[in-house]
Design a protein around this ligand. Structure first.
Ligand code: ASP
Length: 329
């Protein structure tokens, strides 16, 4: 008999719950009334208001704001959208709150295996690493693949050898592991299946960039790779349309080429960012039983953050430094 990993059972459960409760019960979307320069997500999932203590919420809000301000500082000093994306994602990788870098979810074998990607909307270049277990910053490794190799995606031991050659910091796998994730693996808590991080940015030169970093899904095995390092699924950026970072049940995002689908609707169908991103997440993805969300930014600074889960950590910052953060619907 086919044995499904626990993560699949849990997500099937969530999917059925979702179908049972109907789209309007579990979907949400946010936008900003003023143009923004940078937006982030910290993962989507069954984030219930009743499970959130004031201290926990304050910690998440502080971490999201710290990340937004790190990227904003790059943009306001005239830095590139791409530099802003990596500067924003770094503190989230270092924070044990998110499922990226330190604090990443554990695999079936109780290890952390990390995926990350970046894409530059001005050049169309992209870089990604998949299944790395010793590179302290997967997002910087993805960036190095884009900047310093002729490839787009490197995986496993080869990606780690490349990162070492590039002078990136190498750490033991235990660096990423936390008790919270060990407990989560033991219990396979559905509520905790979130926390991938992502960033989209628009710089003063009008260029867009996007990046995504994750530990994937709890209890994954067999070298499973999700959507986060897959260009067109977990990440996309092109100056003509938008920058996207996705989070959710990766298999659905890969099969739906979700990030690219939003851009394609804009490019070929003339849809707005808001319409395209909602159609893909609240329409196509939802109809197929997938769960998750994305953040999207266009060249005018419009931001859209649709999701069909109970919550998605998300926030953005405008040029003046005004920060907005939302967690629930
Ligand atoms: N999309 C990630 C994956 O499937 C997980 C997540 O975003 O929570 O690996």
């Amino acid at each position: 008999m086919l044995q499904l990993p626990t993560c699949v059972h849990v997500f099937l459960g969530l999917g059925l719950l979702f179908l049972g409760t109907g789209c309007s019960m579990t979907s949400g979307a946010s936008e900003s009334p003023v143009p923004v320069v940078l937006a982030i997500h910290g993962g989507a999932g069954t984030l219930l208001r009743e499970d959130m203590t004031p201290d926990k919420e304050a910690a998440y809000r502080a971490a999201l704001e710290e990340a937004l301000r790190a990227g904003h500082a790059v943009i306001t000093k005239g830095g590139s959208a791409m530099d802003a994306v990596t500067a924003t994602i770094r503190p989230m990788e270092e924070s044990a709150l998110f499922n990226a870098g330190k604090g990443a979810v554990l695999t079936h074998d109780e290890r952390c295996e990390l995926d990350a990607s970046v894409m530059d909307g001005g050049t169309g270049l992209a870089g990604a690493v998949a299944g790395v277990s010793t590179v302290r910053s997967p997002i910087l490794a993805a960036r190095a693949v884009m900047d310093h190799s002729e490839h787009v995606m490197l995986s496993g031991a080869g990606a780690e050898a490349f990162a070492t050659d590039q002078g990136l910091e190498i750490v033991p796998n235990s660096f990423f592991q936390t008790d919270r994730r060990r407990e989560q693996l033991r219990q396979s808590i559905a509520d905790e299946k979130h926390g991938t991080v992502g960033c989209v940015a628009l710089d003063a030169a009008g260029h867009l960039a996007a990046g995504t970093s994750t530990g994937g899904m709890t209890n994954k095995r067999w070298g499973r790779i999700g959507d986060s390092p897959v260009v067109g699924a977990g990440v996309w950026a092109e100056d003509e349309t938008c920058a996207i970072s996705s989070t959710g049940w990766g298999e659905f995002f890969i099969r739906g080429a979700v990030a690219h689908d939003v851009a394609a609707r804009m490019r070929y169908g003339g849809e707005s960012l808001w319409d395209a991103s909602r159609a893909v997440i609240l329409g196509t993805l939802t109809d197929k039983g997938g769960t998750g969300g994305l953040i999207a930014l266009d060249r005018e600074g419009n931001v859209s953050a649709p999701f069909n889960t109970a919550g998605m950590y998300r926030g953005w910052i405008d040029a003046a430094g005004n920060v907005t953060i939302h967690i629930f619907r």
